[in-house]
Design a protein around this ligand. Structure first.
Ligand code: FAD
Length: 345
């Protein structure tokens, strides 16, 4: 493999039902930073059916170029045709870096493509940088420059690993939604749009989609909420979450929770914050009866303001909190809700 042939930062621009997923914009935002360090451009790879119209939106968020693979076979996500489309783009255009969202689609697509084109993939990255690798070479060891340094929690979140892929290209990473920041939108920005179709043969091995049944969700996605009122095991019971519901209503927030709460069956998994839940970045995060385990912090420590309520003054959540209240949540939370209501009246 001639590594010199591989140029540019590519981003898989996930779309579902012809709506670009937020993760695509986040990856373009990060891709722009990486591309700047490498003196190159960001290319969004848009795969679907009748999706060309989405290219302008990708340009508005910073894509310099959009490669569109448009085919009826790509109307709904299916592993085989999408993997064929993305691997064909990589084989033809030879990117240096390929970023994919760690969504349900990206987690299926990314590893399959990396295996097909014979390169490595680091999953669930929380940080991406350009730098030298190995970070600390031993005497006599060659240090390669301008490598993609992919950082992610390892061993159950007990350590942070920085991983590189120095001998193969592209360097592939998946990144969880909510971790990277979108670049500001520039209305009217234009990208070079290129269409590419590697050819698709309907094949018996393809999955046939008979029907798509969408789950109806009437709650706000916790990743979009500006204020989160998050409860942990300390809340004590599913019924007692009503005091958090009340606080959330008073302050215009949304309830979320720790994994202990999900494991106990008190709340559904889509409300879980943390390493194996969602990464959130609200303006205000209330951590109520949450100890602040490292796996929980991984999903919320980038929040603008963190307010912790815990009866144990040594709880690690206080290490990341901007405001801490030591005491019984059963007393404090109702008082807080009343005071907020009074102040807003
Ligand atoms: P606890 O740790 O039991 O804390 C409860 C807290 O409530 C205590 O600090 C206690 O002092 C306080 N409390 C009790 N009663 C009251 C009261 N009346 N008033 C005020 N305070 C009170 N966890 C996540 O949250 N998200 C993840 O995504 C996640 N992923 C994980 C992945 C792996 C691989 C592993 C190994 C673990 C993961 N965990 C995750 C679990 C994590 O390690 C913790 O076990 C979990 O976060 C603990 O949840 P908790 O803080 O609600 O409960």
């Amino acid at each position: 493999m001639n590594l010199e042939e591989y140029k540019g930062v590519f981003v898989f621009a996930q779309q579902v039902d012809n709506v670009v997923s937020g993760i695509a914009f986040e990856l373009i935002g990060k891709g722009k930073e990486l591309a700047k360090d490498l003196g190159t451009e960001v290319t969004a790879v848009l795969i679907g059916y009748e999706v060309k119209g989405l290219a302008d939106e990708l340009a508005a968020y910073g894509a310099d170029r959009v490669i569109v693979v448009d085919d009826p076979e790509l109307k709904e996500y299916r592993t085989e045709p999408y993997a064929h489309a993305l691997s064909s783009v990589i084989e033809k255009y030879k990117p240096e870096i390929m970023l994919v969202g760690a969504t349900a689609i990206g987690r299926d697509l990314g590893p399959r493509v990396s295996a097909r084109i014979h390169t490595g993939l680091t999953a669930d990255c929380t940080q991406l940088d350009i730098g030298d690798f190995p970070l600390n070479p031993v005497p006599g060891q060659e240090q390669k420059h301008n490598q993609l340094l992919m950082t992610r929690p390892a061993f159950g979140g007990n350590t942070i690993a920085t991983i590189a892929c120095p001998n193969f290209r592209p360097q592939m990473a998946t990144v969880r939604p909510g971790v990277m920041q979108k670049a500001p939108k520039v209305e009217g920005a234009k990208a070079v749009v290129e269409e590419f179709n590697p050819g698709f043969t309907p094949d018996n091995k393809y999955v046939e989609i008979m029907e798509v049944v969408k789950s109806v969700v009437d709650t706000v996605d916790i990743m979009d909420a500006k204020i989160l009122v998050s409860g942990g095991r300390g809340v004590g019971s599913p019924e007692n979450f009503k005091i958090l519901d009340d606080l959330a209503e008073a302050i215009g927030g949304t309830v979320s929770c720790s994994r202990a709460v999900v494991d106990a069956g008190w709340k559904p998994k889509d409300l879980q914050v943390g390493q194996t839940g969602k990464t959130v970045r609200p303006n205000v995060y209330f951590a109520i009866g949450i100890s602040g385990a490292i796996q929980h912090l991984a999903g919320m420590e980038e929040s603008d303001i963190i307010v912790a309520i815990n009866k144990d003054e040594t709880a690690p959540i206080f290490d990341v909190a901007d405001y801490g209240i030591v005491g019984d949540l059963n007393k404090i939370v109702p008082i807080l809700a009343d005071k907020i209501r009074e102040a807003r009246a």
